[in-house]
Design a protein around this ligand. Structure first.
Ligand code: GDG
Length: 766
């Protein structure tokens, strides 16, 4: 966010607080979290004053107050958490003296100065900011700054956890706090968390430049939220792609699955407080400034731009574009003026100081080249503008020249459109988020100076009716999707995602159900426990051969099966040889290839299939073809099954190829006794009637247990869940939709759960 004026988060939070939304009243409190609180303390002792940060922020707070008074929001409480640039003593004093407005609670975070410096000027603005705006050459990779980033995020988490009350909704803003949702999720697993990124999320190719541990943590951080919002469709796709490539997060359109939780990434293009800019058209102070401007530049057309000082804003290219315009179209000299207003920002970072120098040199050079005694082409200001002054400039400008090299959205473009009454043309960089909404602007590539020069001329010569038509289109859109709509849209969607999470969570194995399972287990004398192997007893590995049982798994199985009341069954898609090798010495029943072979405890393998496996010779060449077409995929051949695995491929390519192969296999196997099974990153072909459902049924009928439980993680386990639903405690591992009665979030929870049963055995019944 911009430092002083770029307080869009602040402005928005003000609007949130000002929004007396019906929809928000179902939550207890809304906790908005941003890097900075919207207050600065100035002076000390008796002179101490609290200043609300100016610009957008003040207007937001004002809107809030106005709306609060008229909107009837009821008792909805709001809390705003952010860091402050003041000592704890000053802050305490300001509080004691009631210097803060009392309309919403504020909760300050006090990071250590040196840590904050490394976090803010370091990791935030010298790593994330340049990289996310496609300036890899300006990106620094300093591990102490990353550590500071994590520790400031932790400080925020600690503060929020302390003040959290059940039912609160937390909305975290922007790139300074990307790790925070994860920390909050860890401390408060059920809390409703939204996250919004105000800057671009870069393409995977850019994001992957970050060191491995950092990029994993940043993504994991954001995935702690229920809803992750971005300005454009592209940013959403970039995020989903990075999460897929780096953390292997599965997605279905915008819904993602990670560590047994579901979350959603979606676009919410931020709007502006449209009404406020329209009202400013009738503000007397603004009108007076406009009149003065028009008199001052009588006979000249005004081109205007306002930006924070930043390399992302393309200031040098813009000046070059304007210079090219004066060069190529000399008839416009003396007839235009370019008012370039730059807002001071981040001037403790050396690259910003350097850039300011470059901009000022360029302005002087252009003015030096083209000025006459009566005319100066560029009026340059490096200063803050009051709201009325800003609006007057928007209203008086014939053309707004807004050409950043990258911008998450760019609100100035929208504010200009909102401020135009009967004239005005917007020239907008195609590399801003706003470009995806403002199609009626003249869109340019900011680095193409000739294109910018032509665009300026096109704008200056555009017939007034066309100007009005284009503006009217854009204004309708901005009026309809203003900042209030943006906020309510986001919050509504957040509630929906949370409700969906609650719905699916009904099945998550909780403490009560676990106790119930333990009690039934303890009371039973004949128990049968069916356990899938890969993804349940053992985590997935790159190659199936690497998934050998860990020592603790073997030890557990040994103890578990030693109980004469227990019939422990490993029910797997693995081949018989592997199961024999890994588990053959234990007193277990083994089911291989989903039931094609069964070895009852103490017995020999028994083939359950009588048909010849000759069909494999016909299917194998097709699978081999797909192995060559999809790097990383491989064939696993078992006695009665052929499997094509794609877990080690590029996720998109692997998935696409698997759909092609599945189609081909379905055609191939139509009207044959073969079936195609779509498993977890695997396609399997085998005979109809051989599945875990039929095998589980067979085993249940044979043992007739009075306690039955089965665990599995894959689609192939669904058959046994279906068959045993009324007979067993069925538990699916992972967050996918399931026929099982219960869900365990992750594979790592399996052994601890099973161990609870072991312990029970040792305890006398209570
Ligand atoms: C982030 C993203 C995204 C600027 N100068 C003055 C002034 N401003 C106000 C403008 C506008 C805001 O500041 C700047 O808008 P940006 O869009 O650049 O917002 P940032 O907060 O800097 O940046 C950006 C935004 O978040 C929202 O998600 O659009 O892409 O980088 O509202 O009016 N206001 C006054 N005087 C000034 O001198 N009064």
């Amino acid at each position: 966010m911009g430092d002083r004026f770029g307080g869009s988060v602040c402005r928005l939070a003000g609007l949130i607080f000002g929004q007396k939304g019906r929809r928000m009243s179902r939550m207890n409190r809304l906790i908005v979290v941003s890097n900075r609180l919207p207050y600065a303390i100035e002076g000390s002792g008796e002179q101490m004053q609290v200043r609300q940060s100016s610009g957008g922020l003040v207007s937001a707070i004002k809107s809030y107050f106005e709306r609060s008074q008229t909107g009837g929001e009821g008792g909805l409480e709001k809390v705003w958490v952010g860091s402050v640039d003041a000592s704890t003593d000053d802050w305490k004093q300001a509080r004691e003296r009631n210097l803060f407005p009392a309309d919403f609670s504020i909760e300050p975070v006090f990071p250590d100065k040196a840590v904050y410096e490394a976090y803010y000027n370091g990791f935030c603005n010298s790593t994330l900011w340049p990289l996310f705006h496609y300036f890899p050459s300006l990106t620094q990779y300093r591990s102490n700054e990353f550590d500071a980033y994590i520790s400031v995020n932790q400080l925020f988490a600690d503060t929020i956890v302390r003040l959290y009350r059940e039912g609160d909704v937390i909305w975290v803003h922007d790139y300074q706090l990307m790790f925070l949702p994860h920390l909050l999720r860890k401390a408060l697993p059920d809390v409703e968390i939204g996250f919004f990124l105000h800057i671009p999320f870069p393409s995977y190719e850019m994001f992957r430049l970050l060191p491995t541990g950092w990029k994993q943590m940043l993504l994991r951080g954001m995935l702690g939220a229920d809803l992750i919002g971005f300005h454009t469709h592209d940013y959403v796709q970039h995020f989903i792609q990075s999460a897929k490539m780096i953390l292997h997060v599965e997605n279905q359109f915008n819904t993602m699955q990670y560590e047994g939780r579901t979350m959603r990434a979606d676009l919410f293009p931020i709007g502006i407080d449209y009404g406020r800019f329209r009202q400013a058209l009738f503000n007397e102070v603004t009108a007076n400034i406009s009149v003065a401007l028009e008199q001052r530049f009588m006979g000249q057309r005004i081109i205007f731009s306002v930006d924070r000082l930043d390399y992302t804003k393309g200031l040098i290219s813009r000046l070059e574009g304007f210079e090219a315009f004066l060069d190529d179209k000399p008839h416009w000299r003396e007839k235009v003026v370019f008012i370039l207003n730059i807002i001071p920002s981040r001037d403790v970072i050396s690259s910003y100081v350097e850039m300011r120098r470059e901009v000022e040199e360029k302005v002087s050079a252009v003015n030096g080249r083209f000025s006459s005694l009566s005319w100066q082409p560029i009026i340059y200001r490096y200063n803050h503008l009051g709201f009325e002054e800003l609006c007057a400039l928007y209203q008086s400008a014939d053309v707004a020249l807004i050409t950043p090299l990258r911008d998450g959205m760019n609100l100035v473009a929208k504010e200009y459109v909102a401020s135009c009454l009967d004239k005005g043309v917007l020239i907008l960089s195609e590399l801003t988020g706003a470009a995806s909404e403002l199609n009626e602007a003249i869109q340019v590539n900011p680095t193409d100076t000739a294109e910018v020069a032509d665009a300026i001329e096109t704008a200056l010569t555009m017939p007034i009716t066309e100007q009005q038509n284009r503006m009217a289109f854009m204004q309708r859109r901005l009026a309809a999707y203003d900042v209030i709509k943006w906020i309510t849209d986001f919050i509504d969607m957040l509630h929906q995602v949370k409700a969906e999470r609650d719905r699916t969570q009904v099945n998550v194995l909780d403490g009560d159900t676990t106790t119930q399972i333990i009690n039934s287990y303890r009371d039973a004398s004949k128990r049968c426990i069916l356990l899938d192997y890969d993804g349940t007893l053992s985590p997935y590995h790159k190659l199936p051969s690497q998934a050998k049982p860990a020592k603790e798994v073997l030890q557990f199985l040994e103890e578990f099966s030693a109980d004469p009341s227990n019939e422990v069954v490993i029910i797997s898609g693995r081949d018989a040889d592997t199961l024999s090798e890994w588990l053959g010495d234990l007193p277990l029943t083994l089911v291989a290839e989903h039931g094609a072979l069964i070895r009852y405890k103490g017995g020999e393998w028994q083939e359950q299939v009588t048909e010849s496996p000759a069909w494999k010779d016909q299917i194998r060449p097709l699978l081999e073809l797909f192995v060559t077409r999809c790097v990383g995929s491989f064939i696993e051949e078992k006695r009665n099954t052929l499997a094509w695995h794609y877990r080690n491929t590029h996720p998109d390519l692997g998935f696409n190829r698997s759909r092609e192969l599945r189609n081909s296999l379905l055609q191939f196997t139509a009207n044959t006794p073969l079936q195609v099974i779509d498993g977890n990153k695997v396609l399997e072909v085998r005979l109809v009637g051989i599945d875990k459902g039929a095998s589980a049924q067979k085993i249940a009928d044979r043992f007739q247990p009075d306690f039955m439980m089965c665990l599995g993680d894959d689609t192939t386990d669904e058959d046994m869940f279906r068959v045993l639903r009324d007979r067993a405690y069925t538990i699916r591992v992972g967050g996918a939709a399931t026929e099982a009665r219960y869900t365990l979030r992750t594979q790592t929870q399996v052994l601890p759960l099973l161990r609870k049963l072991l312990v029970t055995r040792a305890q006398p019944a209570s």
